[in-house]
Design a protein around this ligand. Structure first.
Ligand code: AMP
Length: 216
């Protein structure tokens, strides 16, 4: 089972990817998480990526493809889910090359479809714990105490790229550079589009229904 999950920022990719990882026993590789981790650790890659990410732009294709090739090449990735990659048509070609070198194929590309007004609402209200990474939403799942993490008591912060201005920039990057990725996979016959506007548990069931069914 080798999958890609695509969707605009705020479509619930991260949440759904975790659900798919658990239900299907997949290695989950999120390039956004890997880049945030590099920024936090202050690596060379993190230093290059930080200002681009804060402005809502895309990190250069070769840097992101390097992360993916390194992780998929570790040998435990017979079953994987790529989340946030490929994000440009250039990255699709790079992924083709990586998979060919590793002798692997792609079974399905899942596209989460969520209206733009809804993703803006979701992203601008999102808050994350600076200590443990717990995620909540000011309107949909507010913390018990304002500004405080329910899970560890740490301070809740807004991701630097979740401010309204950056969200608009990320959405325009998505429609210009990432929407064409879905078209490429659509032409290859591996794309499944799923309505991502429902509750997380409902969307997960739709996604599970859209992946190739495995026999036990
Ligand atoms: P995400 O958590 O997937 O929304 O990613 C957060 C940010 O990381 C994006 O807005 C980009 O700046 C950067 N990023 C993540 N994945 C990629 C990618 N495949 N290509 C380029 N930049 C990426």
């Amino acid at each position: 089972m080798r999958l890609v999950i695509l969707g605009p920022p705020g479509s619930g990719k991260g949440t759904q990817a975790e659900g798919l990882r658990d239900r299907l026993s997949l290695v989950h590789l999120s390039t956004g998480d890997a880049l945030r981790d590099a920024v936090k650790r202050g690596t060379e890659l993190g230093k290059k990526a930080k200002s681009i990410m804060d402005a809502g732009g895309l990190v250069p294709d070769d840097l992101v493809a390097g992360i993916v090739e390194q992780r998929l090449g570790r040998g435990d990735c017979e079953r994987f889910l790529l989340d946030g990659f490929p994000r440009t048509v250039g990255q699709v070609e790079m992924l083709d090359g990586i998979l060919e070198r590793l002798g692997l194929g792609l079974d399905r590309v899942l596209l989460l479809d969520v209206p733009e007004a809804e993703v803006v609402r979701r992203l601008t209200g999102r808050r994350t714990c600076g200590q443990c990474g717990w995620v909540c939403h000011l309107a949909f799942s507010p913390p018990k105490a304002e500004g405080v993490c329910d899970s560890c008591g740490g301070a809740l912060i807004q991701r630097d790229d979740d401010t309204e201005e950056t969200v608009k920039q990320r959405l325009s990057v998505y429609s210009e550079q990432t929407a064409p990725v879905a078209d490429v996979y659509g032409k290859r016959g591996v794309l499944a589009t799923v309505d991502g506007s429902g509750k997380p548990a409902e969307v997960l069931e739709l996604l599970l229904g859209a992946v190739p069914q495995e026999t036990a």
